[in-house]
Design a protein around this ligand. Structure first.
Ligand SMILES: [Zn+2]
Length: 102
C-alpha cells in the first residue's frame, strides 16, 4: 500500500483528540452499530427528531476532527446527568465512554 501521509504530524498516525467523549445510550447505539432502529422503539414518532440531533452531533465532530470510536466500557457511567457530548441531551441516564480520533 502506498503511503498517503499528507500532513507532517510526526510519529503517530492515529491521534486521539478527545479521550473522554461521553455519549448517551442512543448515540452509542449509532456510533457502535450504526443502528438507529432502537430509536423508533424508544421514541416512536419523536424518533426522527432524536436522530436529527444525534446526526448533527456526529457531523459536528467529523467536521472538526474525525471519527468517534467506542472507548473503554470500564469508563462508562451507569447514571449521569452530564450532557451527552454528541447529541447534547440532558436526559439523565447512562453515558458511555468514547474517543475521538483524528
Ligand atoms: Zn447522545
Amino acid at each position: 500500500m502506498a503511503a498517503t501521509e499528507t500532513a507532517s504530524q510526526g510519529d503517530s498516525k492515529m491521534k486521539i483528540i478527545d479521550d473522554e467523549f461521553m455519549v448517551c445510550a442512543d448515540c452509542l447505539m449509532i456510533i457502535a452499530n450504526d443502528d438507529d432502529s432502537g430509536l423508533d422503539y424508544h421514541y416512536g414518532k419523536d424518533a426522527a427528531e432524536r436522530l436529527a440531533k444525534i446526526e448533527a452531533g456526529l457531523s459536528a465532530v467529523s467536521a472538526v476532527s474525525g471519527h468517534i470510536s467506542v472507548g473503554d466500557s470500564d469508563r462508562d457511567d451507569e447514571f449521569s446527568t452530564r450532557d451527552c457530548d454528541c447529541c447534547g441531551t440532558t436526559l439523565a441516564g447512562s453515558r458511555h465512554h468514547c474517543v475521538v480520533i483524528e
